[in-house]
Design a protein around this ligand. Structure first.
Ligand code: HEM
Length: 417
């Protein structure tokens, strides 16, 4: 009997709203009975415990990140992408060393915590302006009307994408994201070629913006990377420099926006005060990890927990499950912002691929939430939100609130739930 025969567990289907809801319970059981299991639906092994997840994420000798987000299997699509100089790495997530180490070092020198903090006033101002525009509204969808547009503009501000190009870049990025899930979604070749065209346009646009910044630098990430390149003893190749930017749009947009909504939902349902906002965000990242899982491929025979895997096996590391492991967290399913080991979660990854945008994510999420909670101290949930049912992103379809409290016949009830 092979390891697959012994450890296969069917029924883990996190692709639908109902599947997402059920996933928490299914994973809780599997963490105890079959912590490393083969999922026929995902066609991948799934790692569910904190210790095993931590180990896989740190070990880039035994585990490759290449194709971490899924690659198109169709050769004609792959050829179209290669011809358009689209690499598989999605910024850095899908690269291995030695390229990953060189590219990451270059990006990290330009994308510093200070650069992330410098975006804070713009995020605050943009949020305030948006809140002004909702002054007369009884009901607001915090996820779609506030968090998503602000998170998207923040990534574009960071990179230096002009306003006029943002709508197109967003569409191309969304298409490219769908292309990564083409196999799971069952897209045919024609559909994939259309999406590949978008990926090429996104890369061409970043390349054109870089060329423009060579002549006229600005205060943005494109210019900062070019300055590092000019000073570097071993500069990156042209393809590698361009590759740093397109993936930032989806890496840093839905993740941050869903953390805003997930945190607010937890705070409103638990009546959490605003004095512990930073801790609430951290605990929400653990409990409702917006980036649910990543993937690796075994490079050599390797043992994870009690399972021996040969080379070439796909392994999905489930951050969301690891973050609810009772071996690490007391009352793992409870929202407790005062936990002593608040920061030991894996919501931003671990090891060489640890989220390079985590400083920006923290600045962004706390700034948006602070503005919301200050402006609308009596806000209340307008309905019970429905899960979105996206495999990689854990969040809701919408998060509707009553900004000034629950409406009553005589005015507004100022209780939060
Ligand atoms: C709440 C928001 C965010 C969450 C939960 C999150 C989560 C993660 C996780 C779990 C990884 C590791 C992936 C892996 O090991 O395969 C990662 C990597 C990454 N994140 Fe984030 N992220 C967030 C925001 C951002 C932002 C705002 C940006 C940039 C604007 C960003 C850019 C990246 C990049 C480029 C990587 C790849 C790093 C590498 O491979 O070296 N992320 N993120």
């Amino acid at each position: 009997m092979s390891e697959r025969d012994t450890h296969t567990r069917a029924g883990y289907l996190p692709f639908t709203p109902a599947g997402q809801d059920a996933a928490t319970e299914i994973l809780a059981e599997l963490r105890e009975t079959t912590p490393v299991f083969f999922s026929p639906e995902l066609d991948s092994w799934v790692v569910t415990r904190h210790e095993d997840a931590d180990r896989v994420l740190r070990d880039s000798t035994a585990f490759s990140s290449s194709g971490a987000l899924g690659s198109p299997a169709d050769p004609q699509v792959a050829e179209r992408l290669a011809h358009g100089r689209v690499t598989d790495g999605a910024t850095l997530i899908g690269w291995d060393d030695p390229e990953h180490a060189r590219m990451r070092a270059m990006l990290a020198q330009a994308f510093t915590p200070a650069r992330a903090r410098s975006l804070q006033p713009v995020i605050r101002e943009r949020t305030e302006r948006l809140l002004d525009s909702f002054a007369s509204q009884d009901r607001v969808d915090v996820l779609n009307d506030i968090a998503l547009p602000i998170a998207l503009d923040t990534v574009f501000d960071l990179i230096g994408v002009p306003e006029a190009l943002r709508a197109d870049c967003f569409r191309w990025s969304t298409d490219w994201g769908r292309l990564h899930g083409a196999v799971l979604e069952g897209l045919d070749q024609t559909e994939q070629l259309v999406l590949a065209r978008s990926a090429v346009r996104l890369h061409e646009t970043m390349s054109e913006l870089l060329a423009a910044r060579q002549d006229t630098p600005q205060d943005d990430l494109l210019s900062a990377v070019l300055a590092e390149q000019a000073a570097a003893a071993e500069p990156l190749s042209d393809i590698e420099v361009v590759a740093l930017f397109p993936g930032l749009v989806f890496a840093g947009h839905e993740t941050a926006a869903n953390l805003v909504a997930n945190t607010l939902w937890l705070m409103l349902t638990h009546h959490t005060g605003t004095d512990t906002l930073g801790a609430a965000v951290e605990e929400a990242a653990r409990l409702e990890s917006p980036f649910s899982a990543t993937a690796r491929t075994t490079k050599c025979p390797v043992r994870i927990g009690e399972v021996d895997l040969p080379a070439g096996e796909r392994v999905s590391v489930h951050f969301g499950s690891a973050n609810r492991d009772r071996r690490v967290y007391n009352k793992p399913d409870a929202f407790i912002p005062t936990r002593p080991n608040l920061k030991s979660h894996l919501a931003f990854g671990r090891g060489p691929h640890f989220c390079i945008g985590s400083s920006l994510a923290h600045v962004e999420v706390t700034t948006i939430l602070e503005a919301l909670l200050t402006r609308w101290p009596d806000m209340a949930l307008a309905d019970q939100p429905t899960r979105a049912g996206h495999f990689l992103i854990r969040g809701f379809q919408s998060l509707n609130i009553w900004p000034t409290g629950r409406p009553t016949e005589t005015g507004h009830d100022h209780r939060r739930m």
